[in-house]
Design a protein around this ligand. Structure first.
Ligand SMILES: Cc1cc2nc3c(=O)[nH]c(=O)nc-3n(C[C@H](O)[C@H](O)[C@H](O)COP(=O)(O)OP(=O)(O)OC[C@H]3O[C@@H](n4cnc5c(N)ncnc54)[C@H](O)[C@@H]3O)c2cc1C
Length: 447
């Protein structure tokens, strides 16, 4: 950096899991993390409640043989396989909490025509999920960036609704919550991405089926604790200016000069910060679509077993939320059933928009009523409800999204991008891209 030496070797902008993964990988180097919020973790957010925890953001994580699994192990944060059913469905007064999803058409209250349409649509999605599995499989010698680009290009020429074709309203109601879970509507998201979401949910081995014991915020907190004062919270960055010899990071009154910067904010924030990088990258960052979430986290005080003890995730068509999770499920091992528990409900995409004008108290009431309608045993046992709103909960690919990928993954000199928006597997993409940025910087530091 000219004659003067930089202030730090690496500045990491954003203390979500992408930025912290990069900083963790470079913990033996001179690294500084700048996080706008008062806490680290970004969209990984949970709060302890005795033996349980309330969860507000990411919760089910990829397995041991994944970027996330390796980070959890290295940071010494314990995670467990979720023992419960991941594909339960509550609809028309019936709760299906077991058996294969292929049997659902026979077990739901539907007319014969609806049943047949559901079988047809289910077979179509299942075949595509198999195809997606083949496309997404890791290939020998291939980089993760190439794999991400291939997965994004899969059936990226139309929406999921176009792929599924017209279906009766009851069948639409069954598929829609799972697509909404990815933060967009079937009419918005790419067909390939929607199919990929069913792959994530139906495939226990390759999908998302682990919980951090004590709550997912424990992972960012453990990394931040290890980094100590090299993580600054309450430090919003205003500009990241890339130059030939390094990067200048503007934070309040400070100008921090770094040899390299990892920009690990959401895409729309990175777009506002970055200067001195190609215009096509800035434009691509601005075109990544995000969808909103409203989350309700519940603490319960039941004295003994509940009907959802063996279930983790329930799709809940025709209610105010699209998914309900039994976030205490991972704590239910052999031995006596401990009293109490926690649940999480969320409304994504249009369901979140529908709650925009209601205040938190009203949303809490609506949610508690709907939870008790699905599981009457919970009535009278909800002792705390907390609402958290995410205006930009998740990025979701819309048709043509893969065309942005070259501009997002191209080399940017001394700046590296990291974050979930670079791929399709959320926390795991965030960790993988943060870690990859750190590896690239380490190689450059050695040169
Ligand atoms: C309700 C919900 C449920 C989810 N469930 C799952 C799940 O089960 N499994 C899963 O894998 N994923 C899930 N996700 C997604 C997952 O939480 C995210 O993919 C992941 O946490 C993203 O990490 P990130 O580091 O890329 O971004 P973020 O967590 O958004 O981190 C970016 C950080 O940058 C900071 N920042 C922004 N601007 C600036 C600035 N100017 N200066 C400094 N800092 C800045 C932000 O404050 C934030 O801390 C869920 C998300 C939500 C909302």
């Amino acid at each position: 950096m000219g004659a003067a030496s930089p202030d730090v070797e690496v500045a990491v902008v954003g203390g979500g899991i992408a930025g912290l993964s990069a900083a963790w990988e470079l913990r033996d180097r001179d690294v500084l993390v700048l996080e706008a919020d008062a806490r680290v973790g970004g969209r990984l957010m949970s709060e302890p409640r005795g033996r349980y925890w309330l969860n507000f953001g990411g919760h089910v994580l990829a397995g041991e043989d994944s970027a996330t699994g390796r980070l959890l192990a290295a940071a010494g944060v314990e995670a467990g396989d979720v023992p419960g059913v991941l594909t339960a469905l509550a609809m028309n007064g019936r709760v299906l909490t077991g058996g294969r999803v292929e049997t659902y058409p026979l077990r739901l209250r539907l007319t014969t025509a609806e049943r047949l349409a559901l079988i047809r649509a289910g077979a179509r999605v299942r075949l595509a999920v198999l195809e997606y599995g083949r496309v997404a499989r890791r290939r020998a010698g291939e980089s993760e960036a190439d794999r991400r680009a291939r997965v994004l290009a899969y059936r990226d020429d139309r929406t999921f609704a176009d792929f599924l074709g017209p279906v009766p309203a009851e069948v639409d109601a069954i598929f829609r919550p799972t697509i909404q879970r990815s933060s967009g509507e079937p009419e918005q998201v790419s067909a390939g991405y929607g199919i990929g979401y069913f792959h994530l949910v139906w495939d226990r081995e390759g999908g998302l089926s682990r919980n951090v014991l004590g709550g997912s915020a424990r992972l960012p907190q453990a990394i931040a604790a290890a980094l100590g004062d090299r993580v600054r919270t309450g430090a919003p960055v205003e500009r990241v200016v890339a130059g030939r010899d390094g990067v200048t990071v503007h934070q309040g009154d400070e100008r921090i000069r770094a040899r390299y910067a990892v920009v690990a904010t959401p895409a729309f924030a990175a777009r506002e910060l970055l200067e001195g990088v190609p215009a096509e990258t800035v434009e691509a960052l601005g075109r990544v679509a995000y969808g909103p979430y409203v989350v309700g986290a519940f603490l319960t005080d039941e004295p003994g077993p509940m009907p959802y003890d063996g279930v983790y995730a329930v799709a809940t068509p025709k209610t105010s939320f699209n998914m309900l999770f039994n976030t205490a499920n991972v704590t239910r091992g052999p031995g006596p059933r401990e009293p109490g528990g926690t649940l999480m409900a969320y409304s994504a995409a249009s369901l979140a928009d529908a709650l925009a004008d209601r205040d938190d108290e009203e949303v809490a009431r609506i949610y508690a009523d709907d939870v008790a309608r699905i599981f009457p045993a919970v009535a009278g046992h909800i002792i705390e409800v907390r609402i958290r709103r995410w205006a930009h909960g998740l990025p979701h690919p819309r048709p043509g999204r893969h065309l942005l990928q070259p501009a997002l993954e191209r080399p940017l000199g001394n700046v590296f991008l990291a974050g979930d928006y670079l791929g399709t597997t959320y926390v795991d993409t965030a960790v993988a891209t943060g870690t990859a940025a750190a590896h690239a910087i380490r190689r450059r530091l050695r040169e």
